[in-house]
Design a protein around this ligand. Structure first.
Ligand SMILES: [Zn+2]
Length: 230
């Protein structure tokens, strides 16, 4: 397949982001997967390939109609459907990160959305990170439920499954995935003590106005909390 330099860089960025998911502790095995918008479709991680063995050539291209090209032996992530549907439905979204981080998944098993326990909830685009109802992995039904949960959010939980985080760029989607796992950990901790008090909607609206339409600025380290928001 012909691959220009930009595409090669994007493929490399996806491989690096997969390894960062593991380093950041938000990945379990190879359950995480990542997609990035490109001309004509998406670049997507292959199914079941350990990240330390993954190279840029292993990343799968999938056209908007679902047709795909991959190096021999590779197939698209089993979660290709919601990656494709989210990037198709949300033109402002450039990347989708999916994983089963421990605390997000604990809340997802309990079918709990993350409420406005902390102002950083606004990083997800509103006053909560909603939990989409359960549907089996890889199905069109799961994709539809995820799209509904993401209607005016950049992140959601998937009941009995895990997390989806999106962003205008891969960097922002990765940052948000780590941020939502932090919020999930905080909420889990609060629930050990009691029912946490929540920030009012007006406060979250005010934070969202301060951050502007796309939220936080890009910073170089994927996992760093921007100082302007800390
Ligand atoms: Zn999954």
């Amino acid at each position: 397949m012909g691959m220009n330099r930009d595409e090669r860089d994007l493929r490399q960025a996806i491989v690096m982001a997969c390894r960062e998911m593991t380093a950041a502790g938000i990945n379990q095995g190879t359950s995480g997967n990542i997609s990035v918008r490109v001309d004509g479709g998406i670049l997507l991680t292959p199914s079941g390939l350990p990240y330390d063995q993954m190279t840029p050539e292993d990343i799968v291209f999938m056209a908007w109609d679902g047709g795909w090209t991959a190096r021999e032996g590779n197939v698209p992530s089993t979660e290709w459907r919601f990656h494709l549907d989210i990037l198709k439905a949300k033109p402002e979204t450039g990347a989708v990160v999916h994983a089963h981080p421990a605390y997000c998944t604990i809340l997802a098993i309990m079918q709990k959305s993350i409420p406005a326990i902390h102002y950083m909830i606004a990083a997800g685009g509103g006053n909560d990170v909603p939990c989409a109802p359960y549907a089996q992995y890889g199905t069109a039904e799961l994709s539809q439920l995820a799209l509904e949960a993401l209607a005016d959010r950049r992140a959601c939980l998937l009941a009995h499954h895990g997390l989806i985080a999106t962003g205008v760029s891969l960097r922002k989607a990765m940052w948000l995935a780590i941020e939502v796992e932090t919020l999930a950990k905080q909420y889990h901790g609060c629930l050990q003590i009691g029912t946490p008090p929540l920030l009012p909607d007006e406060e979250i609206d005010s934070i969202l106005r301060r951050w502007g339409q796309y939220g936080l600025r890009d910073r170089k380290p994927l996992a760093a909390v921007p100082s302007s928001a800390a």
